[in-house]
Write a protein that binds this ligand. Sequence first.
Ligand SMILES: [Zn+2]
Length: 279
Amino acid sequence: MDLSKLLRKPPAEDYQQVDTFWFPEEREDYEYSDENEDDTSLLIGQHIILEAGQVSLNYYCTECEDLRTFNSDKEQGLRGIIVNKQVISIDCILQCNCGSVVHTWYLVEAEEDIRYQSPKVRILHFREKLTERVKLQSEKYGEFSEWLEKANRAHRDGLGSGAIIYLRKVYESITYSIANANNIPLYRGNGSRRSFSDILKEVDEQHSIIPVSFSANRYKLFSQLSEIIHGDGSEEDALEYFGALYTLVTSVLDNVTQKEELKSAAQKFNWSTNNVSTN
Ligand SMILES: [Zn+2]
């Protein structure tokens, strides 16, 4: 497997064997052993060219208005800097056909030594610099897209609770928005605010915003989000459940776009309703 194939995957704990990717030019017959370990200090900070294939990652391109594959330059190859005998830093500019770029950075760690033949390596760290032209998230959810984008970015940066807060914001906002548009009160007769779960229950009973497949668990979803946000769940839980919670929240949004009667609530958020069925 080319190193570039590994660089298309998310960081992982386990090491994977990749094809030899570094061939030091002036040291063709160089063989590393414990006896010449002192050489290591000479390598730190050295720029190297890696024979590792082409890195490709998918992003939403706002120029193309679609999900696109962004590729590194095939001719130029990948460039790295030696951090130590086990770790290299790789900077990589990925480009869409339209010219939009995203800057990515990896720290790749070898289990033993990056100079070994077909070393076992893993991605220790991955960062990407997204821009107005390059996003993780399509913009089809209007104003919610920005919050979902932030949730995704926080999750990619390993910020579990932060990611969940944005998901909860979307879940609460769509619920309040539909309540407002349909005269479902947010306050009790005495002026105090109704609990979110009461409002959600009424909204869902009248308009079925929660997809049927998990409608029975609508409060469980919210309380699970709340538990994680309010610190009852661990940071690890937040990261682990993010994918599932994200799917649940976006399926609520998808469900609402399907419903003609809720169009006005969706429009409040400049939400695309072009594909709403009018049947
Ligand atoms: Zn593009």
